[in-house]
Structure formats: C-alpha cells, structure tokens
Design a protein. Structure first.
Length: 144
C-alpha cells in the first residue's frame, strides 16, 4: 500500500453528518494510520476541532462553507483516503470528484474477511466509480 517514493499527503474523506460524534473517531483512526506510516494527513475532523466546530454538539455552519474549506485542502493533497461509508456521503463524493479531476491517488478503506480495516489503492475506472466516468474520460482525453 504505502510506497516511500509515492504520495505523501492524503486528505481523509468520509461520512460525518448523522453519525455519532460526527464520525471523528474514524477520521482520527485514519489520520493515526497515515502518521504511523510516515505520511501527512489532512483531516476535516481535525480542522473542525481547531475551529471549535461541533463543540456544543450542533453544527455551526452549513455544508457549503465546509466544502469550500475542504475542497481547497483536497486540491493541495497528493491523494485521497476514502474511509468506510464514504459512498453514502455527499461531501466525500464531491471530494472524490475533485480528487479525480486533480489526478490524485485514491486509497479506499475496506474491511477484510476477518473484520480488520485495510487500505487499498483504487484504480479509478468507470465500473468502480460509475458516477465519475465522465471525469475519467475528460482526464484521458485531455480536455475539460
């Protein structure tokens, strides 16, 4: 999975809305795994904490404001790590779209047969990310 000469900075994307503690523990686990492997992690959970969001258990801004901040961070990264449940997250899907447009490396967190979390590199193809197939065609054809 992790190559010394490969990407070094990953944006962590996954579900937050409607999940207990906004799924911060899952983001923290992903961040810690990246750090343990000598990589830099950009975590929206950490950014939220730094700004004091969700301190009282309520959302202090709307999705549009979060996405403006987060999409800028996605574009700065070398790759994106999609954590469990990303498929059902509007924000994570938008972040993935930006990552694909920017030709970032895509890693996906999966559960192995014994219930352990693993990270695999995903080769974006239309069958893997059907909603994103038009983006992949744009990138391979060199146009917008």
């Amino acid at each position: 999975m992790i190559q010394p000469d490969g990407p070094t900075t990953f944006y962590i994307a996954g579900p937050m809305t409607g999940i207990e503690d906004y799924n911060f523990p899952a983001f923290d686990d992903a961040r810690d795994m990246l750090h343990k492997n000598g990589l830099v992690a950009i975590s929206p959970a950490d950014m939220d904490r730094e700004l004091g969001y969700f301190k009282d258990g309520t959302e202090s801004e709307n999705l549009a404001n979060y996405m403006k901040r987060d999409l800028e961070q996605v574009a700065k990264a070398d790759g994106i790590l999609l954590i469990m449940g990303w498929e059902g997250s509007k924000g994570a899907n938008i972040e993935l779209l930006v990552a694909l447009i920017c030709n970032l490396v895509v890693w996906v967190q999966v559960e192995d047969t014994e219930g352990n979390l693993q990270v695999i590199e995903a080769k974006p193809t239309p069958d893997l990310f059907p909603v994103m197939s038009h983006v992949l065609m744009l990138n391979t054809e060199g146009g917008y």
